[in-house]
Design a protein around this ligand. Structure first.
Ligand code: BJW
Ligand code: ZN
Length: 265
């Protein structure tokens, strides 16, 4: 239960073998490792916190970027884009530059290694592509990808990895305004992603929740769905979140330190 599962002081940044994790945390992680057999279906829900050790700011955390004055609700909406597409594109262009200049961290790498050993689906709310870059194969991009665009006129979808972009970018086919291939507030989750995430969540026996505030739906609802289908839920976060009450185990700390401990010695 979460109260018992709340674990000691946060580990400091260190290699997986020597992270500063207390004995109770190590025992609970060993117990969690025992649940991760080669035939156990596992689903992992990741949020912005899994990428913060890569130098990518979270949405609701504090940072000193020029964008910290905006809330995601002010920029990640179709209304914001209709009002000021250049502003929204400048934000996305800045984020694309940061993502391209940085790389996946040990948490992404550990999930990719686990995926080689067991049936593991990563459901990520992140749009940066770091799970695939780290080697994860079964990745559901629940909120889309920052590396794709969609034409607002002819609806053409395309991969686009230019950094920086001409702002605003235009469709090579029809000259229409392009938009980022991501899911904004008030927009539906793409049906293939929604279906794949729901199926993996219902099927899994162990559900890992890593670095998400659990504040945005329907993604946050997957935690309760997993639990209601009998999965053991383990959360990895720097601090308690809106979904901690639904977790069987809470592992406090930097995901880049704690998640690699799932690999064992
Ligand atoms: C660490 C760490 C470290 C830091 N180690 N941990 C039910 C109830 C209430 C509202 C709704 C509801 N259902 C739907 C809604 C409305 C809305 C919503 O949820 N609003 C809430 C704000 C209340 N949802 C929607 O609109 C969704 N669409 C929808 O419901 O459609 C319905 C529909 C159906 C049919 C037709 C039409 C419509 C869409 C939501 C889209 C969200 N989009 C964004 C932007 C994506 C593109 C982009 O990246 O720009 O997704 S917003 C932003 O939030 C982004 C993220 O994926 C998402 C979640 O954020 P996340 O990952 O949790 O990040 P943070 O920053 O909040 O938290 C970081 C966490 O990490 C913290 O806990 C830290 O402690 C931790 N951390 N460092 C471990 N090192
Ligand atoms: Zn077009």
């Amino acid at each position: 239960m979460p109260e018992d599962g709340r674990l000691g002081k946060p580990p400091s940044i260190a290699g997986p073998g020597d992270a500063n994790v207390d004995d109770q945390t190590r025992r609970q992680l060993a117990d969690l490792r025992d649940r991760l057999g080669p035939h156990t279906p596992v689903a992992v829900l990741t949020g912005a916190g899994v990428s913060s050790a890569s130098g990518i700011p979270t949405f609701r955390g504090r940072d000193d970027s020029l964008w910290s004055q905006y809330r995601p609700e002010d920029l990640a909406t179709p209304e914001a884009f209709a009002r000021d597409p250049e502003l929204v594109w400048r934000w996305y262009d800045w984020r694309r530059g940061l993502i391209a200049a940085n790389r996946p961290n040990p948490a992404h790498a550990a999930l990719a290694r686990l995926g080689e050993r067991m049936l593991l689906t990563v459901i990520t709310q992140n749009v940066n592509g770091y799970h695939q870059q780290a080697g994860s194969r079964d990745v559901v991009e629940y909120h889309g990808s920052i590396w794709t665009t969609r034409c607002t006129r002819c609806h053409r979808r395309a991969e686009d990895r230019r950094v920086p972009l001409p702002i605003p970018p235009r469709c090579p086919d029809c000259g229409g305004l392009l938009r980022p291939g991501v899911v904004w507030f008030g927009e539906a989750i793409p049906p293939e992603a929604s279906d794949a995430a729901t199926a993996a969540t219902i099927r899994c026996r162990v559900f890992l929740v890593i670095g998400t505030a659990g504040a945005v739906y329907p993604a946050a609802g997957l935690v309760g769905l997993a639990r209601s289908h009998g999965a053991y839920v383990a959360e990895f976060n720097l601090e308690r979140s809106a979904v901690t009450a639904s977790a069987d185990l809470f592992v406090e700390g930097n995901a880049a330190d704690t998640v690699p401990l799932l690999l064992g010695a």
